[in-house]
Design a protein. Structure first.
Length: 152
């Protein structure tokens, strides 16, 4: 009796691209836009920011004011990236989230029903990686969908 092997082709319709406004993130976005074009997919560009915590009593007032300023600046920068990406002819939307970056990327992937995350990796090694961590690595290990990393 002959057996057939069904080939599974991923149905990628929504690609999430985390963006930190770096050249590495631009490379990932460029790759994602090309991939989206060949697959007929849409692209969601997202940015996550975290509010620094201060260890003194006036922190809640300063943090609220600072949070509003950071959020406005991040939204403006994200809108600029999204507008530029729309010239690719693909459907491109932007999502701004507040919180720990890797966690917010995973949350956005789930909320936006992303089929793929395309993320830039700065390729840090040694002490700089130990001190700064690797957002891309954490996303690869914990994401709710496949992740493609693009080296900057």
């Amino acid at each position: 009796m002959a057996t057939t092997t069904a080939t599974m082709q991923p149905n990628i319709r929504r690609i999430l691209v985390p963006h930190d406004f770096s050249e590495t993130a631009e490379s990932a976005l460029s790759f994602a836009l090309g991939l989206a074009k060949s697959l007929g997919a849409s692209v969601i560009v997202m940015h996550a920011f975290d509010i620094p915590a201060y260890g003194f009593p006036e922190a809640p007032v300063m943090t609220a004011d600072l949070a509003a300023q950071i959020s406005q600046a991040a939204q403006l920068a994200l809108d600029t990236v999204v507008q530029r990406a729309k010239t690719s002819g693909r459907t491109v939307t932007g999502v701004l989230r507040q919180g720990t970056t890797w966690s917010e990327i995973n949350g956005a992937a789930q909320d936006e029903k992303a089929d793929l995350i395309v993320i830039g990796s700065h390729g840090r090694r040694g002490l700089s990686r130990a001190l700064l961590g690797s957002v891309a690595e954490k996303v690869v290990r914990t994401a709710p969908c496949p992740v493609l990393t693009i080296r900057g």
